[in-house]
Ligand binder design. Structure first.
Ligand code: SF4
Length: 246
């Protein structure tokens, strides 16, 4: 028995109808319900897939934007490096000799102020044997500071190279420290290598001035507490200079 659409809708929308639905029509309705259920499930799946696709597209757009930003930063950095190269004739630090410093200084900005070691006679040290000691011109030191500033460098700690930078005259050291402050006001400390004799040769007033100008750590090669070992190693100090007592 076939059921007209209108009749079917009546049964379907009016469950309190007193009229008994014919068995065959119940079967048709069941089939229709099942069809509607399937259609609903398919629609849900389509909606879920659509949302997922939207999310993927949005994520891709975000990634593209981030990549563009990163690319712009890199391009900007490259431009600044080029500018520094143009103004200073080279984008890299000019360094003569081997870089050697205490591990604690690995994060510090190493600013060369001299080549080699003014003493250069310790028996065991081969770092600077092949180099003639000389102090770098102040103009060259300033060029190096300009180079790093041009690259947007903002060091908090500076290490003055080379062998025994603290052996330089106090006036020269103060000039360099002033330049460091001018270019990088955020620098919290300036450190360097020294010999025991370098320190002994400076007066208390000089040491105080250097402290006030930012010097904080001096790295010393005391090497031994035995006078004969120090002598044999050609160190420039004896135990009298390196052992402190009140
Ligand atoms: S003072 Fe230091 S850098 Fe100079 S020769 Fe001796 S160990 Fe080497």
């Amino acid at each position: 028995m076939r059921l007209s659409s209108k009749k079917f809708l009546d049964y379907f929308t009016n469950p309190h109808s007193t009229e008994e639905m014919p068995v065959i029509d119940r079967h048709v309705m069941k089939k229709k319900k099942f069809y509607l259920y399937k259609k609903g499930v398919v629609l849900c799946l389509i909606t879920i897939i659509q949302r997922k696709c939207d999310k993927i597209v949005m994520k891709k757009q975000e990634n593209d934007e981030q990549m563009e930003k990163k690319f712009a930063i890199v391009k900007n950095g490259a431009k600044m490096e080029e500018k520094a190269k143009d103004t200073m004739g080279g984008g890299r630090m000019q360094y003569e000799g081997q870089i050697c410093r205490a591990p604690m200084e690995r994060g510090a900005y190493m600013l060369p102020v001299a080549v080699g070691c003014s003493y250069n006679a310790c028996k065991f040290c081969t770092l600077f044997k092949h180099l003639q000691y000389r102090e770098l011109p102040i103009a060259q030191i300033e060029e190096e500071l300009q180079r790093v500033k041009g690259l947007n460098g903002r060091p908090r700690r500076v290490f003055l190279g080379d062998g025994n930078a603290f052996g330089m005259k106090t006036e020269r050291l103060l000039k360099i420290l002033k330049l460091v402050r001018e270019y990088f006001p955020d620098v919290a400390e300036v450190n360097m290598d020294a010999t025991v004799t370098n320190i002994q040769e400076k007066s208390d007033v000089e040491l105080k001035k250097l402290w006030e100008a930012g010097v904080r750590h001096l790295y010393l090669g005391i090497e031994s507490g035995l006078p004969d070992v120090l002598e044999w190693m050609h160190k420039d100090h004896n135990t009298g200079g390196s052992i402190y007592s009140d």
